[in-house]
Design a protein around this ligand. Structure first.
Ligand code: PLP
Length: 393
């Protein structure tokens, strides 16, 4: 069984491009050109140079000694939290801004929920001197004031989405509407391995630098390219896709995907899409998503804003359905506790999204001689208020 996208844009039965006809030319232009552009030498050179000098890559693969002692296994942390802007998202936005330039686009649009992808997009637009418009739900704008301020400082225009639940899904609808109205000059930077083909594949390729580095870093430190397990949290699925990418076809490497159980998967307040979801179409792609019996998308919940997406990328739906990856759901409480453990034992305060991945170390046994890599997707600065309120610090 293959785990990469096929020619039609499918991972098994998931993926595809279910889009309104008026969006077809935009998506088709990208589909026809993305692989070609990514394989050009000058593109690769510029991408790698920016990842090195601007993002700060390679990100270290850090052997976490005290965490390893606690869990009686060999734990390595892939330090995406040390990237410029504090998470893995910038790997993708750098790639897409270079793609947009090659396609001759001079205007960027993006959607954002918690604001992290909006900030990563505004950052690369500032870097390139390109106009940037970010759609964001009105409620999210109120909840995420620091990220709105960051985007403004970076020169982006933040437009409130005032329809529906006034959150991420409505912001996405506004962004799509904008793209339909501005097909020639505008590129839409999607923030995860979601959306119509070719987005999931393109974003996974940009993020695949994570596992590419892991291979030679493990070779240096352990004398093998392959860990026994790779653990990553899953919102839309981009940091996990990057951490899994070069191991997808190597079944000796166990892939562990971690979703947010929120208050518990049976409480109606969670974002454990794979376990609770059913097949359906969201944002142009056939995948697993949380929906009512009559197909209404249900509002997800997680204490971490980056994980409360009602769907999951088609690659992950396929990894779940095929059994290639092991899926876990972690509650708010379990994640918060894991975030505290990492802070105390290693001096690293993780993003709450990332803390979900770390919580698996507490829940599941690993052998003493096994190599376990946790993808540390982001740092916890942005979550300090949530930590303060939760732990009454
Ligand atoms: C956005 C975000 C996530 C979730 O997005 P994915 O596409 O699933 O990676 C996870 N961790 C951090 C730190 C994030 O900012």
């Amino acid at each position: 069984m293959g785990f990469n996208v096929n020619e039609k844009g499918y991972y098994g039965e998931f993926g595809g491009a279910f889009i309104p006809e008026m969006l077809y030319p935009n998506v088709e232009e990208l589909r026809k050109n993305y692989l070609d552009i990514m394989s050009q030498e000058d593109f690769k050179k510029e991408f790698q140079q920016l990842l090195k000098d601007y993002v700060g890559r390679p990100s270290p693969l850090y052997f976490a000694k005290r965490l390893s002692e606690k869990y009686n296994t060999k734990v390595y942390l892939k330090r995406e939290d040390l990237n410029h802007t504090g998470a893995h998202k910038v790997n993708n936005t750098i790639g897409q801004i270079l793609m947009a330039k090659r396609l001759g686009k001079n205007r960027i649009i993006a959607e954002t929920g918690a604001g992290q992808h909006g900030v990563a997009t505004a950052t690369v637009c500032a870097l390139m001197g390109i106009e940037c418009i970010v759609y964001m739900g009105e409620i999210d704008i109120a909840r995420q004031a620091p990220n709105v301020a960051r985007m403004k400082m970076l020169g982006a225009k933040v437009i409130p989405a005032t329809s529906g639940s006034k959150t991420l899904k409505d912001a996405t609808n506004e962004a799509i509407r904008d793209w339909i109205n501005n097909p020639v000059e505008t590129h839409y930077i999607i923030g995860s391995v979601v959306g119509p083909h070719p987005y999931p594949d393109m974003v996974a390729r940009f993020q695949s630098v994570i596992s590419e580095e892991m291979k030679w870093q493990l070779m240096e430190q352990e004398g093998t390219e392959n860990p026994n397990h790779v653990i990553a949290c899953v919102g839309g699925g981009s940091n996990a896709a990057g951490a899994f990418y070069h191991y997808l076809d190597n079944e000796n490497v166990n892939l562990i995907a971690v979703e947010a159980a929120g208050k518990g998967i049976d409480t109606g307040e969670s974002a454990a899409t794979s376990v609770l979801g059913h097949e359906g179409i969201i944002h142009g792609s056939r995948t697993l998503l949380m929906q009512t019996d009559d197909g209404q998308i249900t509002e997800p919940y997680s204490i971490s804003a980056g994980l409360d997406y009602p769907g999951v990328g088609p690659l992950h739906a396929h990894l779940y359905k095929s059994g290639r990856a092991e899926f876990h759901s972690i509650t708010d409480d379990e994640a918060m506790s894991a975030g505290m453990i990492l802070s105390k034992l290693e001096g690293i305060i993780p993003a709450i999204e990332t803390a979900h991945a770390l919580a698996v170390l507490e829940k599941r046994e690993f052998q003493e001689n096994e190599i376990v890599v946790v993808n540390l997707s982001g740092r916890g600065d942005k979550d300090l208020n949530t930590y303060i309120n939760y732990f009454k610090l």
